[in-house]
Design a protein around this ligand. Structure first.
Ligand code: SF4
Length: 333
């Protein structure tokens, strides 16, 4: 079993995991909160190393990532375990006990697979990559050595130490932010330590110069209030930049919720706050195009079936008005 990278040994064979802000103190024979860190006789192990819960080869736009290598194909891998609960899943997905359900993919094979399928990048998402650190780090190093871009899709509850390990190899930090205040995090995740999520987001952007895109699921009765969205939009603008793409993700059409057309007000909250790229999504809906925030010229045209066409961007600027455009198309930081 793979030993964990970030932990301290304590008295009586206890350990302190430093991978995420929970900083679990784990007794011998016990698991951490994420259920994928195991203390065996005073050594912390990562039993989820290399175990895959999901994998997909797909257009990067399908993951709602719009300003990172547009039009390319991404291999996204998911592991087991999570460090935050959500409304639909009060407990993290534990590693299956049945051997038949355990799918192991070594990091080298993942890279070969990505290259064989003409993927331009590798992402880690679905479950929480912050609790899959050792495997994600090994994969990231190999991906970069093979000229692939790298991205994590995270809930953002990750320690600065873990980000310092990933940072040199991490191109894009795609983070889900529910709000910039306590209420929604306490209600959905039972989390009082929510400021750590915002701090990690700013740290990934500023210390490690990661390309950043923010995903915010619109949850009726939780974070859809005007003042909560305004607060978050203001935080994005002031702390990580008005050119950070903000993706507002509407509920499934089948749910008994506000119709898509009426969610336009949520997008306007971001626009009025001064954010330059605000996208409103609904699962199953055609992707929207990117316009120049200054003159409105179409810069990245997106259509159904994920047809993507770039035009009107020259040397990082709008070709019509010269406005700088946020677009990551290099694997060099
Ligand atoms: S990674 Fe898991 S064990 Fe480590 S601090 Fe976070 S929840 Fe606890």
């Amino acid at each position: 079993m793979q030993e964990a990278l970030l932990y301290d040994r304590l008295d009586d064979r206890q350990v302190l995991c430093r991978q995420c802000p929970w900083r679990c103190q784990i007794a011998p024979g016990e698991l951490g909160r994420c259920r994928v860190r195991l203390n065996q006789e005073g050594t912390l192990f990562a039993p989820n190393y290399g175990l895959i819960s999901a994998a997909a080869v797909e257009p990067i736009e399908r993951r709602w990532i719009y300003h990172l290598f547009p039009g390319t194909v991404l291999l996204t891998l998911g592991g087991w375990g999570n460090n935050l609960r959500c409304r639909h899943r009060p407990e993290p997905a534990a590693i299956p006990q049945e051997q038949g359900k355990r799918r192991f993919l070594d990091a080298e094979r993942a890279i070969s697979f990505a290259l064989e399928r003409n993927c331009r990048g590798l992402g880690w998402g679905y479950e929480e990559p912050a609790v899959w650190l050792e495997y994600v780090l090994d994969g990231m190093k190999l991906a970069k050595a093979n000229g692939l871009y790298t991205a994590i899709l995270t809930n953002g509850f990750i320690s600065p130490e873990a980000l310092d390990l990933l940072g040199p190899y991490l191109d894009a930090y795609i983070v889900q932010l529910l709000a910039a205040s306590a209420g929604p995090y306490e209600e959905v995740c039972g989390l009082e330590e929510w400021p750590a999520i915002l701090e990690a987001t700013a740290y990934a952007r500023k210390r490690w110069n990661c390309h950043l895109e923010v995903h915010t699921p619109l949850l009726p009765g939780v974070n859809q209030e005007d003042n909560l969205l305004r607060e978050l939009a203001g935080w994005i603008r002031d702390r990580v930049g008005k050119d950070t793409p903000w993706h507002l993700i509407g509920p499934e059409a089948t749910e008994d919720t506000v119709p898509a057309e009426e969610l336009e007000w949520a997008r306007m909250v971001g626009v009025e706050a001064g954010l330059e790229y605000v996208y409103l999504h609904r699962p199953g809906q055609a992707p929207t195009s990117t316009l120049c925030p200054s003159c409105g010229q179409v810069l990245i045209q997106r259509q159904e079936t994920y047809y993507v066409k770039l035009s009107g961007i020259e040397e990082g600027q709008c070709s019509r008005c010269g406005h700088p455009i946020r677009l990551q198309r290099s694997i060099f930081k």
